[in-house]
Design a protein around this ligand. Structure first.
Ligand SMILES: *Cc1c(COP(=O)(O)O)cnc(C)c1O
Length: 220
């Protein structure tokens, strides 16, 4: 599909849906992509990227920061507390805050360094046991807790169950966000971003539709 086509589709859905946000940012998810694919997208003028692993991101991006100005990097995958410090110096936003131990660690490091990325709480909208995220029934108190830690909490993130229609999960995320006065909605991937935009996504996280299929390690 490519970046230009994705942009066009996002715009089309925005124009056609009254619940769509006027500002939907496209996070180009560059995990498991090689440098030449990434620089192609940078050379198209795009600056907003996502990675799901701290280690992989820290291998790839510092060199690109030296060549391209204004890159904004989002962490969209699980974060271990022992990688939090590294993540906070590399990413402008963390979309995967999903437990008190992590929010407490981030808050402590933010106090220490005076720097904190934008925070999104991941919600496990499908109550999937194997999936990360705060359960919807636990969301309100966890959001309050994050606020009491003075974290720059911007919104919520979800990954709908693979086998289900995504709409009801996006809708649930919107409901929880509205009930808590949060405007950021990180939802929608290559297969379902148009639905997510129609429901008001402010960030869509799109990998394969922009870059092509992810590559095996030896080809990255
Ligand atoms: C990999 C990934 C994406 C992008 O997936 P595509 O289907 O390639 O668009 C989005 N969100 C998260 C959390 C991911 O890990």
């Amino acid at each position: 599909m490519g970046l230009a086509a994705v942009r066009e589709r996002v715009k089309k859905v925005q124009d056609a849906n009254k619940f769509a946000s006027e500002m939907t940012s496209i996070i180009a998810v560059s995990k498991m992509q090689n440098i030449s694919r990434i620089t192609n997208v940078l050379d198209e003028g795009h600056r907003c990227f996502g990675e799901n692993r701290v280690q992989e991101a820290s291998n790839k991006w510092p060199a690109l920061f030296k060549i391209y100005d204004g890159i904004e990097l989002h962490l969209i995958g699980p974060l271990q507390t022992n990688k939090a410090r590294q993540a906070m110096s590399l990413f402008q936003a963390i979309h995967s805050v999903d437990r008190p131990k992590l929010s407490n660690t981030i808050a402590r490091l933010a106090q220490e360094t005076g720097n904190c990325p934008d925070i999104f709480i991941q919600i496990n909208t499908g109550y999937e046991p194997q999936k990360a995220g705060i359960l919807p029934s636990d969301a309100d108190p966890f959001i309050k807790e994050c606020r009491s830690l003075d974290l720059p909490l911007k919104g919520l993130m979800c990954i709908p169950p693979e086998q289900e229609a995504p709409a009801k999960h996006f809708k649930l995320l919107v409901t929880i966000a509205e009930a808590n006065g949060l405007s950021g909605l990180s939802m929608g991937m290559s297969g379902d971003f148009e639905t997510a935009v129609a429901f008001g996504a402010t960030y869509v996280r799109i990998g394969s539709a922009i870059f092509g299929s992810r590559l095996p390690e030896e080809a990255q």
